[in-house]
Design a protein around this ligand. Structure first.
Ligand SMILES: Nc1nc2c(c(=O)[nH]1)N[C@H]1C(S)=C(S)[C@@H](COP(=O)(O)OP(=O)(O)OC[C@H]3O[C@@H](n4cnc5c(=O)[nH]c(N)nc54)[C@H](O)[C@@H]3O)O[C@H]1N2
Ligand SMILES: Nc1nc2c(c(=O)[nH]1)N[C@H]1C(S)=C(S)[C@@H](COP(=O)(O)OP(=O)(O)OC[C@H]3O[C@@H](n4cnc5c(=O)[nH]c(N)nc54)[C@H](O)[C@@H]3O)O[C@H]1N2
Ligand SMILES: [Mo]
Length: 758
């Protein structure tokens, strides 16, 4: 039976504030997730579904990319995993009747929260040019429309194929194959807005753009530094790993402008201790100013060198560029570092003592490091820090960029990348016999510019919510409206379906939790987690509607229609049996040899990683590269704040589960700005007053996000925080990280103006 979604949008946004908590999880986490799950799917389905998450024969959690310890036991409980599952397995439905009742203009006036809460999409829907409502369409007609628009393009490079990170390896491989056989490398993905900075920095310095640790390494580390990450909300299962590391004697340093509850104390609901006091996680909290991390690590590096605490043998045998780097590091300056970081000398010296006392060190990070102008040099400085003491390529040590979407890393491995290397393209050419395009394609920011400038005309998205997730909302929305055709393969309704090109299609698809039956029988798919482990994912629920198609089936159907007889790829055969897709992947992508046999083993298999496995660094120099970039940090004009745009506890990116941010003590609203009380007083803004956030950037364009409740909050001085995507309107399209081109959504200069309504 279908369930009724809550009505009554526009959502009342009336934040109540109780102040930050100091521990995460515990029984409230179970209570909250069960309540949300039961609202979406009822009691029985909740029980059946949640038991299958991350089991050996179950489905991979559609939440985050944190690895699963041992898939043979009952899964770790994770509040936000449960919420992600409930969002997908909901019994609410968005049917053709819904679209008949709501015009696109009506839907465009609704909040993202309301749109998402309406439930699962059930039918392919088409918005003809000039029409006010979406109408049902057959799959065949939908493919015809896409084929027509693609045929009308001056070149395949006028089409853009976006991917979000939930897409399976099989679907991603087919999707890039289709785009390349069509003739374009325009394959932007959510990674461009996420860990691109990590990939860029790591590929250059250690030769592999992925993390170098496995879960076991965390358990063996002496010191774990968690910088720019909020695992209590975004990777809750990581807290169990940190707890285990601590039980084995590890120390933890958190580097963050905010005191995040999950890093302070973890109440593991699966242990007796967790039901009482829990485990204190952070030993040393470095409350850094936004963007101060490169300066911090640079100074630590200087101090390590000055103390003669460098692993000289490792540096000599395995690295390149040490002398030049050491000269730059020696020049690091205490005063400048204290100004850049807002830290005290004592704290930094304490951190140094902990580093020097540790043989095995891991640095974990997420968006707090990747989304700044100088994100790439910042992450390179983290690599310098680890290289100095030989902390890469030995057990219990290494780099640990913690990925976001559950298969974002796998999608990249499968070739979803606008700048593929020649080796990958050569392998595709050899396997399929067509010549893939060599010219690099658009990333997210370049795709928006191309749409804005009329150079791209067809936009196709495999999942995600491009319009809401991208920077500079007004520019992005205007760009999207210029397209001839926008197409979204989606599970749920979102903003990108209502800010459309002249024509638009919504293609509804299966989620992770659902049974996928093709001509050869029931299928499973595979994913790669944040630590390079590949394993199977098998849905068990009946699909939300009989009209849904799987992502691989959609790509195959579309490719057959668009490419027709000129295609060299047996699309039908691949659609019928995903094992045949895996056979192809095995021949094209290194590390996937014998894919079908290896993925059948419980727990799957680890992809090779030369630095981790053999201390071999496949870089241009053949060694791990030290780099000596100048230290950068944001310089704030008088009377301004540096705003980071982050996630609340009740959201998954642009999917809003609810209006609470429990650990930060905020309820019933999202339009809040967290400001240090001393800054607020000096700016003359009172707690509880309403302000507009006004972005200031060198292009002189005024970007305004109106009506945010000021919350006095213990963030670092000069810094503020607000939720994404409401604040994406403030992030300039051109304000991106050097090298990686990732939007700098964690360092937006703003001024606060009293709201007109206040
Ligand atoms: N439940 C849930 N899980 C998710 C997601 C979700 O939205 N909801 N999203 C998924 C995705 S795609 C991703 S990429 C990850 C994101 O995971 P996170 O990166 O943890 O997400 P954010 O909320 O952006 O948090 C950024 C953190 O960095 C800190 N920070 C900000 N600026 C700086 C800085 O300059 N220096 C330092 N040291 N710290 C800083 C912030 O205070 C905050 O703690 O989570 C994934 N998992
Ligand atoms: N200001 C600011 N902007 C940011 C960030 C930030 O921290 N601050 N973070 C950035 C980051 S790290 C990321 S990763 C991006 C996220 O960008 P996206 O990945 O594009 O956005 P999501 O909100 O994760 O996408 C949600 C939609 O995906 C669809 N979906 C869910 N599951 C499936 C599935 O299994 N298959 C298909 N086909 N569709 C599915 C649903 O329709 C849902 O509405 O946002 C970026 N934008
Ligand atoms: Mo992400």
């Amino acid at each position: 039976m279908a369930r009724k979604p809550p009505m009554g949008d526009p959502v009342q946004d009336a934040p109540r504030v109780t102040g930050p908590k100091h521990a995460a999880a515990g029984l409230p986490a179970i209570k909250h997730s069960l309540r949300m799950a039961q609202e979406q799917m009822g009691v029985k389905r909740t029980a059946l579904t949640l038991l299958r998450v991350n089991q050996k024969d179950g489905f991979d959690c559609p939440g985050c990319a944190w690895p699963e310890p041992d898939r043979r036991h009952t899964a770790e409980f994770c509040e936000n995993g449960a919420k992600a599952v409930a969002e997908e397995a909901t019994l609410r439905r968005v049917t053709p009747e819904f679209f008949a009742a709501h015009s696109v203009a009506d839907l465009a006036g609704r909040s993202g929260y309301w749109l998402g809460q309406q439930g699962r999409l059930t039918h392919p829907m088409y918005l003809p040019e000039g029409a006010e409502h979406y109408e049902p369409v057959t799959w065949e007609r939908a493919f015809d429309i896409i084929a027509e628009e693609i045929a009308a393009l001056g070149s395949p490079d006028e089409a853009v194929f976006y991917t979000s990170g939930r897409t399976s390896n099989e679907a991603a491989f087919l999707y890039q194959l289709f785009a390349r056989e069509l003739g374009t490398n325009n394959l932007p993905d959510c990674s461009n807005m996420c860990h691109e900075s990590s990939g860029s920095a790591l590929a250059q310095t250690i030769g592999v753009g992925k993390g170098s640790v496995l879960l076991e390494d965390l358990y063996r580390a002496d010191l774990i530094i968690v910088a720019g990450q909020n695992p209590g909300t975004n990777h809750p299962r990581m807290l169990s790993a940190l707890e285990k590391a601590k039980a084995n004697g590890a120390k933890i340093i958190s580097v963050n402008p905010l005191p995040e509850a999950g890093l302070e104390r973890f109440r593991n609901p699966q242990t007796p201790k967790g039901l009482t006091t829990g485990t204190a996680l952070t030993d040393l909290f470095l409350q850094i100013r936004i963007g101060g991390d490169q300066a911090l690590f640079r100074l630590l590096n200087k101090l390590i060198i000055d103390k003669g605490a460098v692993d000289e043998e490792f540096v000599r045998d395995h690295t390149h560029g040490y002398e030049e780097f050491a000269a730059a590091a020696r020049a690091a300056d205490w005063d400048e570092t204290l100004a850049a970081t807002g830290l005290t000398r004592d704290r930094i010296e304490e951190a140094l003592r902990m580093v020097l006392a540790s043989k095995r060190v891991i640095v974990c990070w997420a968006m707090g490091l990747t989304q700044h102008k100088h994100a790439v040099p910042t992450i390179r400085e983290v690599v310098n820090f680890l290289l100095l003491r030989g902390n890469i390529g030995r057990p219990g040590a290494g780099v640990c960029p913690v990925r976001g979407h559950s298969n974002v890393q796998g999608d990249r491995t499968m070739g979803i990348f606008e700048r593929p290397d020649d080796a990958f393209l050569d392998a595709l050419e050899k396997e399929f016999g067509f010549a893939p395009p060599r010219k690099h394609g658009y990333d997210v920011v370049r795709a928006i510019r191309a749409l804005r400038d009329g150079e791209a005309k067809v936009f196709f998205a495999m999942g995600g919510n491009f319009v809401a997730a991208s920077p500079d909302t007004e520019v992005t929305e205007a760009a999207m409206r210029r397209a001839r055709l926008t197409v979204h393969v989606s599970t749920k309704l979102n903003r990108s379906h209502v800010v459309t090109g002249a024509r638009a299609l919504i293609l509804p698809t299966l989620g992770r939790t659902e049974r996928d039956v093709q001509a050869s029988g029931e299928q499973f798919v595979t994913v790669e987690d944040s630590m390079g482990m590949v394993h199977a994912s098998r849905g068990r629920l009946e699909p939300a509607s009989e009209h849904l198609r799987s992502e691989p089936a959609i790509v195959c159907g579309l490719a057959r229609r668009v490419l027709g007889d000129r295609s060299m790829v047996p699309w039908e055969e691949l659609q019928q049996d995903y094992a045949k897709i895996r056979d192809r992947i095995a021949r094209v992508v290194p590390g996937f040899e014998d894919f079908n046999a290896r993925v059948a083993r419980p727990g799957g298999f680890a992809l090779p990683h030369a630095p981790r496995d053999e201390r071999r660094f496949p870089t241009a120099t053949g060694k791990a590269n030290f780099t000596a970039a100048p230290v950068e940090y944001p310089h704030l004009p008088e009377g301004r704040l540096l705003l980071q745009t982050l996630r609340s506890h009740d959201q998954y990116n642009t999917t809003i589960y609810g209006l609470n941010d429990r650990y930060r003590g905020i309820a019933d609203g999202r339009r809040v700005v967290l400001v240090n009380p001393e800054d607020a007083r000096s700016l003359g803004v009172a707690d509880g007053s309403y302000v507009d956030l006004v972005g200031e950037w060198k292009d002189g364009v005024e970007r305004r996000a109106p009506g945010f409740r000021v919350v006095y909050y213990p963030t670092a001085r000069g810094c503020a925080a607000s939720y994404y995507p409401e604040t994406n309107v403030l992030v300039p399209l051109d304000a991106t990280a050097d090298v990686s081109n990732t939007p700098a959504s964690k360092s937006v200069v703003v001024r606060l103006e009293q709201s007109a309504a206040d």
